[in-house]
Ligand binder design. Structure first.
Ligand SMILES: [Zn+2]
Length: 206
């Protein structure tokens, strides 16, 4: 029996995941020419923070958030962000930006000394917080999605936002179980880098 939520049946040539619910975000642009998509960056988000199941993430990524609806939203006025994907608590998958385009999710960031992760990464937002356990269905959809991405793009690793923007970002947080994701992927863990900063950490898979 397959899981509830979204079964990802591959990424098409235009960069869209078959099976995902498509919602177009205007917050994207072209990747630099000749750049390989080699990294997946995993984030968390919930709006308002800690509240799940609403429509405000979609609104944020489509620039239609009512910033008067909640005190926290005032800080998001005029913010133009997106991610390629959003994995809801029930494991359902929403896609906002073609994987062939550049979504605006990582901000100031670097991976293995290479700056501007948005240029060469796929951004995946998982509905949640740093401290609350993620749902089984979310891990299953994530594993499905990463496998599909790996078939289409030369993905070398999946890392957390906190790995590419240390000191600035904490997501997906201590609640995110990298080992569980790795087991679902059925692939071995890769060491993070040669500097030992995250040596032994499972926060890089594929
Ligand atoms: Zn993030």
């Amino acid at each position: 029996m397959r899981h509830a939520g979204t079964v990802v049946r591959g990424i098409d040539a235009a960069g869209y995941a078959r099976g995902a619910h498509q919602v177009a975000s205007p917050n994207c642009d072209a990747r630099p020419r000749g750049v390989d998509v080699c990294l997946a960056v995993i984030h968390n988000i919930s709006l308002p923070p800690g509240r799940f199941g609403g429509d405000d993430v979609r609104r944020l990524f489509t620039n239609t958030l009512d910033t008067a609806a909640h005190p926290f939203f005032v800080s998001l006025a005029g913010v133009r962000v997106s991610a390629h994907f959003f994995v809801r608590r029930d494991g359902s998958l929403v896609q906002f930006v073609s994987c062939n385009a550049r979504a605006w999710h990582a901000g100031v960031s670097a991976w293995h000394g290479r700056a501007r992760c948005n240029d060469y990464s796929i951004g995946i937002e998982v509905e949640g917080t740093d401290t609350e356990a993620y749902e089984a269905a979310q891990y299953r959809t994530l594993a499905d999605l990463l496998r599909a991405l790996h078939r289409r793009y030369p993905l070398a690793a999946a890392v957390g936002h906190s790995d590419v923007a240390p000191g600035r970002k904490t997501d997906p947080g201590a609640a995110f179980d990298w080992g569980r994701l790795a087991r679902l992927l059925g692939t071995r863990l890769l060491p993070r880098d040669g500097e030992g900063r995250l040596a032994g950490s499972p926060s890089s898979v594929l």
